[in-house]
Design a protein around this ligand. Structure first.
Ligand code: ATP
Ligand code: MG
Length: 549
């Protein structure tokens, strides 16, 4: 797979191997199974798996399932599928909950060392006692419980003697620390809820900030790559590894989050879009989820190439969605066969073409990739063109079809509009044209020139198809930092559905086959709604972009 550009994390790994600090690299990708993965996670996946690969190291997929209330097996399965689809294989699959016994024992060790205590303050009180950025905190009145009492209470917490929130276990560090995260952080809480992996075995669960360093250390992770908001947690991460006397000492390294314009990349917000019915599930093609992008027709290669182009830095960055689209076009350009599809059909009868005759014309499958060969497409007296390619009263510089005008049909002949047929309401329902047999494509005809070239499909053999055209889900360029407001910026036209036709030879198209439709851009056969009787195409991306790399 592609190598990543050099970046500061890669430099650290290289140095650690050269100095002998580590013999090999071990990373992990640690999603919480409380939603589907999105483009931001792809960056983390590519860093963790990609960098380890480059150094012949190993990467674990680890589900950080320490918060039972929000987690679900559906998410576990989707995450596995998405990581594989992006092109990566994990060396081991772990669940943080596999380590609950060990975590409990490490917490007991802290108590025995006088470094943890059971606190009866409630959540509000704990917050009050914590102090602020400018003021130190106050010690809890329960801070000086004896080791024996703490051991006894912690065991009784585990045995279910107390209700949710009645007690917590806290690390005993320093209530005056300038780093608020070191002011006796909570490390265990009571939650009487079943867990998808451990069932009802536990009613106390470790806090993420306590669990995570232990998980990394247990697995022998050398470089624990995480997003920048955990920078202030690093001292506590190191404290846990050291005070819990873990054999291996992982190094936490933070990098800036990747966000995209015109969408949201927070599981909470994506979940809201799903739960409140703004989209058709987590894999809706408008979603920036891996599964949504897959259904839309983005390829793993294009996502990887895009991510490699984004900087690895300490700052969160919001990248233009168009940059991602640029890499999708680049990847599909040579791979996707060209074809013709009519999204908004208008029937054309070629009055001087023999009735009942069908001829087969040659069409290149991809002029930019001649190896893809040619196909035969039928032509006859009846075809469909796009409604927008005809105007009865055109403005100046309109080169498509209008009464008396002649245009070229791609791969076929010149046709001239002779007559417009309307229904009772005056709506144009059919055009009568004539064709000139001399002008056949490939015949070398030079007699006269026309300015417009239209795409078309032969009508009697055309295959009905549904086209779904997408616009950005969110109209605002960036919504990441504003709470709640993103729903006000939802694009009411983010999906438009059309019933049209595609070439006969596409009848057997399979889900996820990708095509470039002449003038309309790239499309993917939708895996969810395509049936034996009906083809559904998702527009992946249009042909044109203003984006420059
Ligand atoms: P969200 O805020 O969307 O819920 P999260 O950070 O809570 O994301 P996790 O499941 O905990 O989601 O993430 C797994 C890994 O992916 C973490 O290491 C996290 O830092 C990383 N990650 C999540 N979002 C992004 C992002 N936008 N850019 C880069 N990495 C990310
Ligand atoms: Mg999280």
């Amino acid at each position: 797979m592609e190598n990543q550009n050099s970046n500061f994390i890669k430099d650290i790994m290289k140095k650690d191997l050269e100095s002998g600090k580590h013999q090999s690299i071990m990373t992990r990708f640690p999603p919480e199974p409380n939603g589907y993965l999105h483009i931001g996670h792809a960056k983390s996946i590519i860093l963790n798996f990609g960098l380890a690969d480059e150094f012949n190291g190993k990467t674990n997929l680890r589900f950080d399932d320490t918060n039972p209330a929000k987690e679900d097996i559906e998410f576990v399965n989707s995450i596995k599928e998405d990581v594989k689809w992006l092109g990566y294989e994990w060396d081991n699959l772990f669940f943080a909950s596999d380590y609950f016994d060990e975590m409990f024992n490490r917490a007991v060790l802290l108590i025995k060392k006088g470094l943890a205590y059971v606190d009866d303050l409630n959540a509000d009180e704990i917050r009050e006692y914590r102090g602020t950025l400018t003021e130190p905190g106050k010690n809890s009145p329960y801070r000086d419980r004896s080791i024996e009492e703490n051991l006894d209470l912690f065991e009784r917490m585990r045995d279910g003697e107390f209700g949710n929130g009645e007690k917590v276990l806290r690390a005993k560090i320093d209530m005056a620390s300038p780093n608020i995260n070191l002011r006796d952080p909570v490390i265990y809480r009571i939650a009487h809820v079943s867990h998808h992996n451990t069932g009802d075995k536990w009613c106390i669960y470790p806090m993420y900030t306590f669990a995570h360093p232990l998980e990394d250390a247990i697995e022998g992770v050398t470089h624990s790559i995480c997003t920048i908001e955990f920078e202030d947690q690093r001292p506590f991460y190191n404290w846990v590894v050291e005070q819990c006397e873990m054999k291996e000492q992982p190094q936490q390294i933070e990098f800036g989050r990747l966000n995209l314009t015109n969408t949201v990349t927070s599981k909470r917000k994506l979940k809201q879009l799903v739960d409140e019915g703004y989209v058709d599930g987590w894999d809706d093609p408008r979603m920036p989820t891996i599964s949504g992008m897959r259904r839309r027709g983005f390829t793993p290669e294009s996502i990887r190439n895009f991510i490699h182009e984004t900087a690895v830095s300490k700052n969160n960055a919001t990248v233009d969605f168009e940059m991602l689209e640029h890499f999708v076009r680049e990847d599909l350009k040579l791979k996707a066969p060209r074809t013709m599809g009519i999204i908004n059909p208008l029937k054309v009868v070629i009055t001087n073409y023999p009735e009942g005759q069908i001829e087969l014309l040659d069409a290149e499958n991809n002029p930019e990739n001649p190896e893809m060969g040619i196909r035969k497409i039928p032509f006859s007296r009846e075809i469909y063109i796009e409604q927008e390619d005809f105007m009865e009263n055109p403005p100046k510089k309109y080169f498509r079809l209008f009464p008396g005008n002649e245009v070229r049909l791609k791969h076929a002949y010149f046709i001239k509009c002779e007559e417009v047929v309307k229904d009772a309401d005056g709506k144009v329902v059919e055009l009568h044209c004539t064709y000139d047999p001399e002008t056949k494509s490939g015949s070398g005809f030079t007699g006269r020139k026309v300015k417009g070239t239209l795409h078309w499909v032969e009508a009697t053999l055309a295959v009905p198809a549904e086209f779904r055209i997408y616009e950005p889900l969110i109209l605002d360029k960036t919504n990441e930092d504003e709470e709640g407001t993103f729903l006000d910026h939802i694009n009411p036209n983010s999906i438009q559905v059309f019933q049209g036709f595609v070439e006969q030879n596409m009848k057997e198209s399979r889900p996820h086959e990708k095509f470039q439709f002449f003038r309309h851009g790239y499309f993917n056969v939708d895996p969810k709604h395509t049936t034996i009787d009906k083809l559904v195409f998702n527009q992946i991306v249009s042909l044109k972009s203003s984006f420059k790399l």
